[in-house]
Design a protein around this ligand. Structure first.
Ligand SMILES: Nc1nc2c(c(=O)[nH]1)N[C@H]1C(S)=C(S)[C@@H](COP(=O)(O)O)O[C@H]1N2
Ligand SMILES: [Mo]
Length: 320
């Protein structure tokens, strides 16, 4: 993965959480007046952004300020749209996300090509504020809207032999500039995987929104994975296939560089990336350059109490 300097962020550009709530009311008012598209564009969101109703989850982190919307939507990794942090914002808005099918296959009782609307019920949506940590050394706190993956998998009826869940991103070169041309930074489709017990853990969600609205395309619309105790690259975007398997599925960054990226990818300050330390991180939105303060990275990104038991007896240095 590339490491780049963050864009300079002026304090005046940082949106505190209070403004986020005001903004939601403002957007809701604008939507009621039929001004949705124009206002969404002015506010820096894709034209199709729509408000979502979600109950607040007690599994949210509570003590840390939420990262400004502007940063969450303009500092992205989504190589299908380019490798610079602002490429997804520039390029992803043209992706067609309706209709959206997700193929479910492998070791399940109910394989099918599902419409996304049939897989994720609006009444089940929760807001989950999670700390997120990228392997590159930066972090954010993001108010996701989504559903626990466990409930969805249960409805698909995993067979007794299923041990892993494999995920796949869309391949559509006509709409994804990173998938055409001479330099293609990764093999496509982008793929990821979890052990079934990790996928069923209550913290694991499929997200369809953030900041109370549908996901911006650059964040993985219409549906992406969020696993807060793992490095960000496990959070595969724009999912078109979910497959249950009895063997460990391949993952994109492991295929690209097995020496640097393993299957587990648990956030772990004690296991350095071969080219840099993972002991500290920079919180996006808290200042950059000379003023960047670094905070210690926590084991399992601070979710050890909830997830450490999944890895009892596993050597976390060998299984990085
Ligand atoms: N399909 C796809 N999913 C992806 C990526 C990608 O390049 N393609 N990048 C990953 C990486 S490295 C990170 S850090 C997160 C970033 O998610 P965000 O942009 O919503 O913060 O998305 C992950 N999911
Ligand atoms: Mo990342």
């Amino acid at each position: 993965m590339l490491i780049r300097r963050p864009p300079d962020i002026k304090p005046s550009e940082i949106t505190p959480r209070g403004h986020y709530l005001q903004r939601r009311q403002f957007m809701a008012g604008a939507a009621a007046l039929g001004l949705g598209t124009a206002m969404a564009t002015l506010c820096g969101r894709a034209a199709q952004a729509a408000p979502l109703q979600a109950t607040k989850s007690p599994l949210s982190t509570t003590d840390e300020p939420v990262t400004p919307l502007k940063d969450i939507t303009s500092y992205n990794n989504y190589y299908e749209f380019g490798t610079d942090k602002d490429d997804p914002l520039k390029n992803a808005h043209t992706l067609t996300i309706k209709p959206w099918k997700v193929k479910v296959d492998g070791l399940v009782g109910k394989p099918a090509d599902y419409d996304l609307d049939d897989l994720i019920k609006p009444s089940a949506l929760e807001e989950r504020i999670y700390r997120m940590r990228c392997v590159e050394g930066w972090s954010m706190v993001i108010p996701w809207v989504g559903v626990p993956l466990a409930g969805l998998l249960q409805r698909l009826e995993p067979q007794a032999s299923a041990k892993y869940v494999a995920f796949e991103t869309l391949v559509r070169p006509a709409e994804m500039p990173g998938q055409r041309g001479l330099f293609q930074p990764l093999p496509w489709p982008y793929v990821e995987g979890l052990r079934l017990d990790e996928a069923m853990h209550p913290l694991t969600i499929l997200a369809v929104g953030l900041y109370g609205e549908t996901l911006p395309n650059q964040n993985g619309a219409p549906v992406r994975l969020v696993v807060p105790w793992k490095y960000g690259f496990k959070g595969i975007k724009s999912i078109v296939r979910i497959r249950l398997t009895d063997t460990q599925p391949p993952t994109t960054w492991n295929k690209a560089n097995a020496h640097e990226y393993g299957f587990y990818s648990n956030v772990n300050p004690a296991v350095d990336h071969p080219r840099w330390s993972q002991a500290t991180e920079r919180r996006i939105g808290e200042g950059s350059g000379l003023f960047a303060k670094r905070r210690p990275t926590l084991l399992f990104n601070g979710y050890a109490e909830q997830v450490a038991s999944l890895y009892n007896g596993l050597d976390l240095k060998a299984n990085f």
